[in-house]
Design a binder for this molecule. Structure first.
Ligand SMILES: Cc1ncc(COP(=O)(O)O)c(C=O)c1O
Ligand SMILES: N[C@@H](CCOP(=O)(O)O)C(=O)O
Length: 469
């Protein structure tokens, strides 16, 4: 019997909540991010008992401590079965070996061809379940650099209790990514192309949450990884691959192409739960703030530059705050102070003992576009593996820190067909979209271009709510 899980904010000034309330709240009222009051731990035998389970069942068992007190275990198991029923691979998250000691775990077998479906397909169903129980509606506002948006739209389209407004940076996603969002014409879906970067979109979302009256009136909720439920739903695939490679009786390491720090944070959560994780390798593109932090203790914002891996064109990685809170021994005041200072000055430099703690586990590697192209080419030639630009960066990061006897699992976060221009540049092949998306470029699009201006964006959200009331 598991006790109810309670959630606290990284900034210490928001109400303590249960899982369902955290799901609906998204961001904490003090601007912080929710995380569990204490970390649930699995014993080695409890890990072993999960070996060989079908993915949906494993996911429900791994997530159960996080939803305890809010969602009954059999309900969660049913939602997980439903969420992963239409993935196009029997294993859901298949594992492939590409080199000696180096494995790739494919997380892109869901409907929008990116790892975001792993959490979002479940979140759509969790929202429906909790909102139906409470007789409520919410307005989801989300920021995307390309993949979160389409996964959220796909998971929420047509759901009666949800309206979804997605902000993407105009002209900074791939055409496939944009069309996956803008060709969905259900009335509960609104797409805004913001004249700015992903960081501007994310700042607009956070500013809407900080506008207390607007937040309450619009019943705002979030599907970005600022929402704890997103992180919780990303933990199980790390468990799945670790168990397949010998955990808990053998250590494993993970390599994760990183932008908003949500995916790699989920791996860190698995470690907090007792999974033997030796190392976490963070791959960045030329927007290399995270690898600069890990290598030089320099988290200074340089401005976002477009790259061949647009989903990682990010400088302010929201989820780093959850790690920082832990690195600061859960001192919420210090965490709030550090984050406020970071946003004011654009720089963060943490005390050396804190930085050392991060470095004991995390390693950072940055690849520019030329190195990314070279890595895609190398993988294709030497391992006959077709990696999209994000995945290639993760694999390169993993190779840089591979240790003998410790399997390194690199996360394949998107299908190469989402980035045909980059793939053509690297290997001369434009990977075809799967059948379900074959006519994507013939479908009509609907979106509005807006300035990165809070009042203008709040107006569009109000209009979307009115349309769907
Ligand atoms: C394909 C792809 N890879 C990697 C990332 C980075 O993941 P995270 O933001 O969780 O660090 C993203 C965006 O989030 C993505 O869409
Ligand atoms: N790369 C993401 C950016 C948002 O990340 P999230 O995990 O916080 O939703 C995207 O593709 O939109």
């Amino acid at each position: 019997m598991i006790g109810p899980m309670r959630y606290i904010s990284t900034r210490g000034q928001a109400p303590v909540r249960d899982f369902s309330s955290v799901l609906l709240a998204g961001l904490a009222e003090d601007g912080g991010l929710y995380l569990p009051e204490s970390w649930p731990e699995f014993s080695p035998q409890q890990w072993r008992d999960l070996r060989g389970l079908p993915y949906p069942e494993l996911a429900a068992r791994v997530m159960a401590p996080f939803t305890a007190g809010s969602i009954a275990p059999d309900v969660l198991a049913g939602l997980c079965r439903d969420a992963y029923a239409h993935f196009d691979h029997a294993a859901i998250v298949p594992l492939t070996q590409v080199e000696d000691g180096l494995f790739v775990q494919e997380l892109f077998h869901g409907p929008t061809l990116a790892f975001k479906d792993m959490a979002m397909q479940l979140l759509g169903r969790l929202f429906d379940h909790v909102l139906t129980q409470r007789g409520e509606h919410v307005t989801i506002v989300g920021a995307t650099s390309g993949d979160t948006g389409s996964a959220a739209i796909e998971a929420c389209r047509g759901r009666e209790r949800l309206r979804v407004v997605i902000l993407h940076p105009e002209g900074r996603t791939s055409d496939v990514q944009r069309r996956q969002m803008t060709t969905v014409l259900e009335p509960n879906v609104t797409n805004l192309a913001v004249q700015g970067t992903f960081d501007d979109c994310q700042d607009m979302v956070k500013a809407m949450f900080a506008d207390a009256a607007f937040r309450t009136d619009m019943h705002l909720s979030a599907v970005n990884s600022i929402n704890w439920a997103r992180i919780a739903a990303q933990v199980p695939y790390y468990v799945y691959s670790a168990l397949a490679l010998g955990a808990p009786d053998r250590e494993v390491a993970f390599a994760v192409p990183t932008g908003n720090f949500g995916n790699v944070l989920a791996a860190w959560v698995a470690r907090q739960m007792g999974l033997p994780v030796r190392a976490l390798c963070v791959g960045s593109n030329r927007n290399d703030i995270l690898s600069r932090f890990l290598n030089e203790n320099d988290m200074s914002i340089h401005g976002v530059v477009p790259s061949l891996s647009p989903s990682m064109d990010i400088q302010v990685s929201s989820n780093f705050e959850r790690l920082l809170f832990e690195l600061l021994d859960r001192d919420a005041e210090a965490c709030a102070r550090t984050m406020t200072e970071f946003r004011k000055t654009g720089r963060m430099h943490v005390p050396t003992p804190v930085w050392d703690k991060a470095n004991a586990l995390f390693h950072g590697v940055a690849l520019d576009d030329d190195a990314t192209v070279a890595e895609i080419r190398r993988l294709h030639a030497e391992s006959q593996y077709m990696a999209d630009p994000h995945t290639a960066i993760g694999i390169a990061a993993g190779r840089a820190f591979r240790e003998s006897g410790i399997p390194m699992v690199a996360m394949a976060t998107a299908h190469p067909a989402k980035f045909p221009d980059a793939m053509e540049k690297a290997i001369g092949i434009r990977p075809a979209l799967p059948e379900a998306l074959a006519d994507l470029f013939d479908r009509p699009e609907r979106y509005e271009v807006v300035a990165a201006d809070l009042a203008a964006i709040e107006d569009r959200v109000r209009a979307a709510v009115l349309k769907n009331s």
